[in-house]
Design a protein around this ligand. Structure first.
Ligand SMILES: *[C@@H]1O[C@H](CO)[C@@H](O)[C@H](O)[C@H]1NC(C)=O
Ligand SMILES: *[C@@H]1O[C@H](CO)[C@@H](O)[C@H](O)[C@H]1NC(C)=O
Ligand SMILES: *[C@@H]1O[C@H](CO)[C@@H](O)[C@H](O)[C@H]1NC(C)=O
Length: 277
């Protein structure tokens, strides 16, 4: 009998201890009391007592509590910082925190249940690449290299084929690459180059020919046109002479020589040669 009553006392103590340490899920424990929680959007203003229930106060200003609670103060609302690429998706309410989302041109790097904690600017494609997939609020831009005879400066959603100057009735001035188009123009650079080269060749031929001609003329002057050849020829006239020396040098050629008088000095000039049959 004595043992049974002792057991009863122990059991009662255990039940009391258990009751004092666990409150039900809608209650919170403060001192030795289980107090009813305040609903979301409210905080505890006064804890309950043996005789009174919990007294609650709403969250005001930029504060909130989004769960049933026994907290004496509300929590500060999150601010969506543009420096982290964020803006408000849903402003703060007493019962829910601010929800942030990435700014235009940014994508989320730290997603939360229904918002975003941090975002980064979409990367841009480089010249020579095209935008294969535009960036979204949740994904970054996807770039791809241009291939073949195409180009893109990095801001196009596909690589453009190089312009074919021929179809525009123009000439290609500059070749293209993956980052820029070919350049067309009215003037054909290769034609200009060819023109310059042929002009140079023609000039060189003329100079060469003149040198060759003058060289021979000089030879003729020296070798063929001797003053004695003209003794019988009237002054200021053209004589046709076949000098044996000249013939040995330039076979079968007739030399036109001319005598001009500069004051009293006769000047003999070979002015041309003709091949005689
Ligand atoms: C794209 O091109 C760049 C340089 O032109 C090269 O370094 C890179 O490996 C290429 N990427 C792919 C996926 O081919
Ligand atoms: C790329 O080209 C487009 C038009 O083709 C132009 O509007 C844009 O400004 C260019 N972007 C850069 C970065 O040069
Ligand atoms: C492509 O061509 C442009 C214009 O001719 C030039 O400025 C650029 O450096 C070239 N890029 C490459 C990668 O060769």
């Amino acid at each position: 009998m004595q043992f049974q009553s002792l057991m009863y006392v122990v059991m009662m103590i255990l039940v009391h201890i258990k009751a004092s340490f666990t409150c039900n899920s809608a209650e919170y424990r403060i001192a030795n009391e289980c107090c009813p929680m305040c609903s979301p959007g409210n905080r505890v203003y006064k804890h309950c007592t043996e005789y009174t229930s919990t007294s609650c106060a709403p969250c005001i200003g930029s504060t909130y509590i989004d769960l049933p609670n026994g907290l004496p103060a509300c929590l500060s609302c999150t601010t969506c910082d543009p420096d982290f690429g964020l803006m408000d998706k849903q402003s703060c309410r007493p019962s829910s925190d601010t929800v942030c989302e990435p700014l235009e041109g940014f994508y989320c790097t730290e997603p939360t249940k229904d918002g975003c904690k941090a975002a980064q600017r979409h990367s841009s494609c480089k010249p020579g690449q095209y935008i294969r997939q535009k960036g979204t609020p949740s994904t970054d831009t996807v770039c791809s290299n241009c291939t073949g005879e195409t180009y893109s400066n990095g801001s196009l959603t596909s690589c453009q084929p190089h312009t074919r100057c021929v179809t525009l009735n123009l000439y290609q001035i500059k070749p293209g690459n993956h980052s820029s188009d070919v350049e067309c123009g009215k003037t054909n650079s290769t034609a200009i180059t060819a023109g310059i080269i042929s002009a140079v060749v023609i000039v060189l031929l003329i100079i060469g020919g003149s040198i060759y001609y003058l060289h021979h003329l000089q030879k003729i002057n020296l070798d063929c046109c001797h003053l004695e050849d003209f003794e019988s020829v009237p002054q200021q006239e053209t004589a046709e002479v076949s000098h044996p020396e000249g013939q040995s040098m330039i076979s079968l050629k007739t030399v036109h020589c001319e005598v001009n008088m500069i004051g009293d000095i006769p000047v003999i000039c070979g002015v041309g040669i003709t091949r005689s049959p």
